[in-house]
Design a protein around this ligand. Structure first.
Ligand SMILES: *Cc1c(COP(=O)(O)O)cnc(C)c1O
Length: 392
C-alpha cells in the first residue's frame, strides 16, 4: 500500500482501540435508556455517571458540573448563548478575540444581530491577547468573556489564569473553548478560575459527536436544548451512552500519561520544525515559540499557494491542512493568520501539520524528505520567487 502519513490531529483523531472496545457493548447488548427505572436503564445510568466522574477528576471539577453535549460546537453555542440569555437584563456586552474557532466567532456574530455588543480583541504577532486590552475593554454592562484556551490553527496557549482572575475581579462570567487544550495541557478549572468550558471527545482519540460543557456550580445559564429532564434538566435528549462511555475512556487514557504524551509530541514536532527550517528557505513558524500546543507546527512558506501544496502533499500520502480545516474550501485567508498580521499572500502559503500519538519519527522524516522538493517545484512557477532568488 502507498505510504500514508496523517498530520492533521487538530482536525480529528482516530479512536484508540481501548476506547472502541469500551463502547461496543453499549450499542446493542447494554442498550437501555439511562432514564428508565429497570435494570437495563440503571446499568446505563451508572455507565454515564462513571464517565462523568472520570472526566470531572481530570479537571478538578465536581461531577455535578459536567454536562454532556453533542460536541464542542454545541458546548460553545450553549456556553455563550446560554449566559447571554440568562444575563441580558444585566448587560449585553460580550468580550472575545479575533482568533476564536468559528463555533465561538459565529455565535458571537449571531448575538450581535440579536442586539448584543461584542468586542473582538486583537492579538499580537504570536496570537496572544494583551491583558491590558482585555481590562480596557471591560464595561459596566459586560456579562461574558469568552477566550479560547489554545488555538486550533497556530497552537498558541492564552494566559487563562490571568483572564480568570480578571473575570472574577470584575464579576464577569468566563467561558473558554478548551477543545484543543484538553489532553495536551493539565487543566484545573478551580485554579484557573474558569466558569464555563467546552470540550470535545474526537480531538482526544474519542468518538465524534460528543462533547461537554463544564458549568461551575452557581453559574447563571439557560438551556438551549429544551425537552426531557436529562443532564439535570439542563440539556435535554436521551444520552448518547456509547459516546459518553468512549469519551470517559479517552479522557482517562489522555491524562494517565500526559507528561509522556506531551514529551513525545514536543520531540517530534521540534524535529519536524527544525528539519523543515533547515531545508527550506523563506519559511517561518506561526504561533508562540514556547506557549504552544505540543503537536502544532504551523508554517508560512513564502512564494507558494497553500492549497496547491496540500494537493501535492496528498499525492505523496501526506495529510495536512492549510490554515484551518473549517475554512478550507473557501478562498478567504484564515482569520487567525490575518489577526497575527500576515499578508494575504503569506497567509495563503501557510501549512498546518499537527502531530499526535500515532505519529512516528519515520513519518516526520518522510515529510522532511518530501516537502522541500514540492515547495521548490511550486516556487518555480512563482515569478516573484525567481526575482528574489536572482537577486541573492
Ligand atoms: C474542533 C474544535 C471545535 C468543534 O468541536 P466539534 O466537537 O467538532 O463540534 C471547537 N473549538 C475548537 C478550538 C476546535 O478545535
Amino acid at each position: 500500500m502507498k505510504k500514508r502519513v496523517y498530520l492533521d490531529y487538530s482536525a480529528t483523531t482516530p479512536m484508540k482501540k481501548e476506547v472502541l472496545d469500551e463502547m461496543l457493548p453499549f450499542f446493542n447488548v447494554q442498550f437501555g435508556n439511562p432514564s428508565s427505572i429497570h435494570c437495563f436503564g440503571r446499568e446505563n445510568k451508572s455507565a454515564v455517571d462513571k464517565a462523568r466522574s472520570t472526566i470531572a477528576k481530570t479537571l478538578n471539577a465536581g461531577v455535578d458540573e459536567i454536562f454532556f453535549t453533542g460536541g464542542g460546537s454545541e458546548a460553545d453555542n450553549w456556553g455563550i448563548k446560554g449566559v447571554a440569555n440568562a444575563l441580558k437584563d444585566k448587560g449585553k456586552h460580550v468580550i472575545t478575540t479575533k482568533v476564536e474557532h468559528h463555533a465561538v466567532l459565529h455565535t458571537c456574530q449571531y448575538l450581535e444581530k440579536d442586539g448584543f455588543d461584542v468586542t473582538y480583541l486583537d492579538v499580537d504577532q504570536y496570537g496572544m491577547i494583551k491583558i491590558d486590552e482585555l481590562k480596557a475593554a471591560i464595561r459596566p454592562d459586560t456579562i461574558l468573556i469568552t477566550i479560547m484556551f489554545a488555538n486550533n490553527e497556530i497552537g498558541t496557549i492564552q494566559p487563562i489564569k490571568e483572564i480568570g482572575k480578571i473575570a472574577k475581579d470584575y464579576k464577569i462570567t468566563f467561558h473558554t473553548d478548551a477543545v484543543q487544550a484538553y489532553g495536551n495541557v493539565k487543566i484545573d478549572v478551580k485554579d484557573l478560575g474558569i466558569d464555563l468550558m467546552s470540550l470535545s471527545a474526537h480531538k482526544i482519540y474519542g468518538p465524534k459527536g460528543i462533547g461537554l460543557l463544564y458549568i461551575k456550580k452557581g453559574t447563571k445559564i439557560h438551556p438551549i436544548i429544551h425537552g426531557g429532564a436529562q443532564e439535570r434538566r439542563r440539556r435535554a435528549g436521551t444520552e448518547n451512552v456509547p459516546a459518553i462511555v468512549g469519551f470517559g475512556k479517552a479522557a482517562e487514557l489522555a491524562y494517565e500519561n500526559i507528561d509522556e504524551h506531551v514529551n513525545q509530541l514536543v520531540t517530534l514536532r521540534n524535529r519536524l520544525i527544525n528539519g523543515l527550517q533547515e531545508k527550506i528557505p523563506y519559511i517561518h513558524l506561526n504561533g508562540h515559540p514556547t506557549k504552544r500546543l505540543p503537536g502544532n507546527c504551523n508554517i508560512s512558506i513564502e512564494f507558494i499557494e497553500g492549497e496547491a501544496l496540500l494537493l501535492m502533499l496528498d499525492m505523496v500520502g501526506i495529510a495536512g491542512s492549510s490554515g484551518s480545516a473549517c475554512t478550507s474550501g473557501s478562498l478567504d485567508p484564515s482569520h487567525v493568520l490575518m489577526a497575527i498580521g500576515l499578508t494575504h499572500e503569506v497567509a495563503h502559503g501557510s501549512l498546518r501539520l499537527t502531530i499526535g500519538d500515532y505519529t512516528t519519527e519515520e513519518d516526520v522524516d518522510y515529510v522532511i524528505e518530501q516537502l522541500p522538493p514540492i515547495v521548490e517545484r511550486l516556487r518555480q512557477m512563482s515569478p516573484l520567487y525567481e526575482k528574489v532568488k536572482g537577486g541573492r
